[in-house]
Structures are given as C-alpha cells and as structure tokens.
Write a protein that binds this ligand. Sequence first.
Ligand SMILES: [Zn+2]
Length: 285
Amino acid sequence: MIGLAMPDVDVWSERVAVALGQNPGLFTGPGTNTYLVGTGRRRILLDTGQGVPGYLAVLEQAMARAGCDGLQEIVLTHGHVDHLGGVAQVLDRFGPLRVSKLPWPAFDAACPVAPVALGDGDAVHTEGATLRAVHTPGHAPDHLCFVLEEEAAIFSGDNVLGVGTTVIPAESGDLLDYLRSLERLLEEAPGRIYPAHGPLIADGPGRLRAYLAHRHDRERQILAALDRGPAPIAEVVKQVYTDVPEVLHRAAAQSVAAHLCKLEREGRVRRLDERPPLEATWSPR
Ligand SMILES: [Zn+2]
C-alpha cells in the first residue's frame, strides 16, 4: 500500500468529493478517504480520518472544490480510529453536528459525543443524495457500508479497498462474517465503489469477485500447508506468504488466524492444544 500517491482533494462524481485524511501508513495506504456527499450547501461528511493536524485545511479545500460551505452531519462506517478519530476536531471547527454509526460500546467510548444509532436498512438523506446503510460485519463488528441510491454505487468503508486487501483483526474480526458481507455487497450489484482507502473502484462487482477469489485461494494454500503436517501459524505464514515482506508477517498471521478460526467453525481443521489461535498448533481435521 505504501508509495501510492493520491491528491489531497478530488471530485469523483457530481455528488461525491474526497478529502484525504493526511494519515498515510502501512495499513492506511495513502490515508483515509473522507467523503463529502450530496449537492447542497451543507453536505454529509462520511468518516473523519484520524484527527491529524492539517486535515481540516484539506477538508475546507474539498468543500470549496465541491461547492459547499457547511456540513449537515457526520456518518461513520465503523469505529476504528482512522475513521472516528477526526470527529472531535471536525466538531471543534464546525460546531455541534449529529454523528451516526452502528453502536459498538468498545469503539464508541473514543467518540466525543454519543453517536446516534444507525442500523441495517436505515437511510440518511441530504440534498441530492440518499445513503442506505448495509450492515457488513467481518473487518469490524460495527461496520456499515452505504449504498448511494442515486448512483447505485457503494461506499465500502474498509470492506473493499482501492489498494491491497482488508485486514480481519484476530480479536474483533470474523472472516466468515466478512465473506458473507462481500456476498451481500455483490447482491447489491453496485456500479462503482468508493473505498475508505485508495482510489475509486470503477468495476465494483469485479473487485468483489476478485476479493472472494483471493480469500478462497488463501484458504486452499493454508489447507495445503497443514497437509504437510500440523504447524503453528508462524510456520504457515512462512509457507504461504512467500511474496510478502517480513514487516507484514504479523498482519499475515492475523489473516491466517482468521482463516483457521473460520475453518475450525466449519469443522475442517482443529487445534492440537488449548492455546489461543495465534499460538496454537493447527492440524487438518
Ligand atoms: Zn477499519
């Protein structure tokens, strides 16, 4: 994900402008995409970045480019810090605004105001745009994607990225849920996808199918590695992620753990001891 340059401000459709969160990194790529949605004087801000100094200037630049002079409200895809972390500074600058997300107390504690609850099927309206929430757990339990009804496009949050693949965190992620969420998005038959990191995805269904194929390939590789003999995850990572630099092996281990927990739930692998997933020795069923 490193090294991919994106402009700080861009306009991706008549109702979608992007302001880059100014938080580039190993897991955020060029940084978090925060979106101004709508066509009116006051727009929805979808995600807020991480709270990095310098973001507000970029947001104001994006507002000028998009032709608006205020914010209607803030909507969040999920409670990870690179999406929710900028709420405080946006409220400081623009005054009190409604903040909505799917409630998840463990994440919401970091939000400076109590978020208004949004759930599957709920809609948020603004001039020129309607966002319909789709509950898509897997990367995070509180994750919402949003269908932009006027374009049949999807704001995919961290479920589908413009570059790289989604991390399924060992503690709060769930790969089985995640794959179901990808299928659910595919059923929406989206056109383009507006991701939370990286560039616009023109062929939404194509990218969703590629993501599903990638996970199925990984699963086959992990099962093949275990067929050579029971092994801990670190050993599986070395065998499967031969093309990935060592600095990313910890993230890869999380991904393998997510796969093995899914396969365990499906009765296809088992642990040879009682240790947690990342430390256990795994064996085929
Ligand atoms: Zn996230």
